[in-house]
Design a protein around this ligand. Structure first.
Ligand SMILES: Cc1cc2nc3c(=O)[nH]c(=O)nc-3n(C[C@H](O)[C@H](O)[C@H](O)COP(=O)(O)OP(=O)(O)OC[C@H]3O[C@@H](n4cnc5c(N)ncnc54)[C@H](O)[C@@H]3O)c2cc1C
Ligand code: SF4
Length: 340
């Protein structure tokens, strides 16, 4: 492994203590600014000298961006709330256990102590080539190194690839989509509140970004409405090392049953495309059906329609089929010990 001996390129560090000051700094520095949350993704880029912002806006001193508040209709989670705080929060655990489960399997305890929910949903792709500074499409070049006969693409996309075949690696994103969360973004034109699934973008919209944030934008909070509080949840993550690792794939669903009949459901998967995917066709097809192995089987088959494997990731198609099958059909949930 190469040893980098150079120090990080110099930048101006700003440490605002209010959201409005952070917003002003972001507007002032535009595309030269970098938002720093927990730093787990940010520091990789800076230390590897691949991203070289002129101004770094550190959000860690902004109290108003931290914490979980109960609102008239659910909860609001400040963007700078750590993943550990999300996992331990009693209201989240009691009503939105899907998010507790998803946040609880992100990386390792140390990373969850430092990583924030805002950073987790805003993190960049983990494709080797891109992270190593190769000039691929996502980096502004005109080639995808992963999508070649010898490219290392075992972890990459099977759906909606468009030149770039990288995937979104967030564990909390599909859970937030399944819970119908709303993301609150401050922009120079004012506040925008959007459905969680609208926060994420694929390469067909912008190949250099994984979310809608533009220079000057700040994610301030995530609101989880009470609509799905206490619903039947299912979360499963498959990874190479269970101790800590990014997902090879994950699935999150929220379901309301009447007896054994599926009244309503939301389901999302991640690490199959450049954005977490809500499976609306699956949702539509299972509403009104009984929750059974047969319904799960049908849902799994439907979910993978149109999937196209790369050279080394064909395993992802049966994996997705089975994850969706279990999420819809229902199996005994096994919560990790730290979630209970
Ligand atoms: C070794 C390792 C293993 C990991 N494993 C997993 C895993 O298994 N599952 C998983 O989901 N994640 C995993 N992660 C990601 C990790 O959990 C962090 O959540 C994530 O990297 C970023 O969170 P952060 O708070 O450190 O944000 P940062 O690294 O500081 O920021 C990440 C990105 O989001 C932007 N950003 C952050 N907050 C805001 C905001 N409020 N407004 C606008 N932009 C913002 C930053 O500019 C940056 O581009 C892993 C990370 C590492 C280093
Ligand atoms: S998959 Fe995307 S990020 Fe990776 S090399 Fe190809 S274009 Fe770059």
């Amino acid at each position: 492994m190469a040893v980098i001996r150079d120090v990080m390129p110099a930048f101006q560090l700003y440490q605002p203590t209010s959201t409005s000051d952070a917003q002003k700094l972001l507007e002032q520095h535009g595309a030269d600014a970098w938002v720093l949350a927990g730093g787990l993704d940010s520091m990789d880029w800076l230390k590897d000298r691949i991203k070289k912002p002129k101004a770094v806006i550190d959000l860690s001193g902004i109290e108003e961006l931290r914490g979980i508040r109960e609102t008239g209709d659910g909860i609001e989670i400040g963007a700078m709330t750590t993943l550990t705080e999300v996992v331990r929060n009693p209201a989240v655990k009691q009503k939105y256990g899907l998010l507790t489960q998803a946040a609880g399997v992100v990386a390792s305890p140390q990373i969850r102590n430092q990583g924030t929910i805002g950073g987790n949903v805003s993190q960049d792709a983990r494709c080797w080539y891109y992270r190593a500074g190769w000039p691929c499409y996502r980096a502004g070049g005109n080639i995808c190194y992963a999508d070649t006969p010898v490219g290392r693409n075992r972890e990459h996309a099977i759906l909606h690839a468009e030149r770039c075949v990288a995937v979104n690696p967030s564990d909390t994103a599909p859970a937030l989509i399944a819970l119908d969360a709303k993301f609150v973004v401050q922009t120079p034109k004012g506040e925008r509140v959007m459905d969680a699934e609208k926060y994420f973008v694929g390469p067909e919209l912008d190949i250099t970004r994984m979310n809608i944030l533009q220079p000057g934008h700040l994610l301030t909070a995530i609101r989880v409405p009470s609509t799905w509080a206490g619903a039947q949840f299912y979360f499963e993550k498959v990874r190479d090392r269970n101790v800590w690792d990014f997902p090879l794939m994950n699935v999150a669903s929220a379901m309301r049953l009447s007896g054994n009949t599926i009244q309503n459901v939301r389901i999302a998967v991640n690490a199959v495309a450049a954005r977490p995917l809500r499976l609306t066709a699956v949702e539509d097809s299972v509403r009104g059906k009984s929750r059974s192995a047969e319904t799960g089987e049908m849902a799994g088959k439907l979910a993978v329609q149109g999937a196209v494997p790369l050279q080394f990731n064909a395993y992802k198609i049966p994996l997705m089929r089975n994850l969706v099958k279990r999420a819809i059909g229902g199996v005994q949930e096994v919560s990790p010990s730290w979630v209970s």
